[in-house]
Design a protein around this ligand. Structure first.
Ligand code: GLU
Length: 267
């Protein structure tokens, strides 16, 4: 009987010790996330989430090539990493899917007219800001609208997931809000007369007014929208964020950012 008890005690001890080590090993593995910068180097190219319907920040030209200020910034980051700006894959994102595409690892960075907000800062990290926009309104030239409050009882179009969508519900709570996935869908709805106005960033909406004399933007700004590059949170993303910040600071310090603004008609 005594021998049986000794064997049992020994077996239980072995199980406890191996269990402890197995747990410890599992826990350590879980914490060892591969460094994102190293993963990008090993892969051989950077993956950037960019807009494809937001001229002049990220859009498809007639040949299907994706261009814009956000693409030039992504190229500068790829160049800093690989000394070759072509080591870059562009993935199309919208305001409603860009955060999920970043946090799930589908893209390494987001350079997509994305405003830094406290709510977004809870989910991701932001680089230094590289552009300042502001919320305004696009209406038909025939519209009598002079401010957002004139639209208190109108149908107003917003792009799902934008800061303007959220601001509008506070600024004009009585407006009927129509949400669209892309700017082009919202613009078509404005042209059809389904909505009386679109509200979003001035620099994005101005482009529609420049190309179509039947629409105009209001001379008012309802917010400050500092754009920055988004990177995942966590220690393993710190090196990548440092590189992104270095690139943006350099673009600002050596004045290249102003040349880029001029290239894309932003100044
Ligand atoms: N900058 C705004 C935002 O981050 C709206 C522009 C956009 O992302 O399309 O929500």
């Amino acid at each position: 009987m005594k021998r049986v008890l000794i064997v049992l005690a020994a077996l239980i001890s072995i199980l406890l010790v191996t269990g402890f080590y197995a747990w410890d090993w599992y826990d350590t593995k879980k914490l060892e996330m591969p460094d994102t910068y190293q993963t990008i180097l090993d892969r051989g190219y950077l993956i950037a989430g960019v807009k494809t319907d937001t001229k002049p920040f990220g859009y498809k030209d007639n040949d299907g090539e994706i261009k814009g200020l956000d693409i030039d910034i992504s190229k500068a980051i790829a160049k800093a990493i690989f000394r070759d700006e072509t080591k870059l894959k562009l993935v199309s994102v919208t305001p409603s899917d860009r955060l999920i595409k970043l946090t799930t690892g589908e893209v390494d960075i987001i350079a997509a007219t994305m405003t830094v907000t406290p709510q977004r800062m809870d989910l991701i990290d932001f680089s230094h800001s590289y552009f300042l926009a502001g919320q305004t309104v696009l209406v038909p030239v025939t519209s009598k609208t002079n401010s957002l409050t004139d639209l208190a009882n109108s149908n107003i179009g917003v792009i799902f997931g934008t800061t303007a969508e959220k601001n509008l519900r506070t600024l004009v709570p009585t407006a009927k809000v129509f949400g669209y996935r892309t700017y082009d869908e919202a613009y078509s709805a404005l042209k059809r007369g389904t909505i009386s106005a679109i509200t979003s960033d001035d620099t994005i909406l101005r482009n529609y007014a420049l190309n179509d004399k039947s629409v105009r933007i209001l001379n008012k700004k309802y917010s400050k929208e500092p754009y920055a590059v988004g990177v995942r949170k966590g220690e393993e993303n710190k090196k990548l964020l440092e590189v992104v910040n270095f690139v943006i600071k350099t673009l600002i310090l050596n004045n290249s950012i102003n040349r880029l603004y001029a290239k894309w008609g932003l100044i």
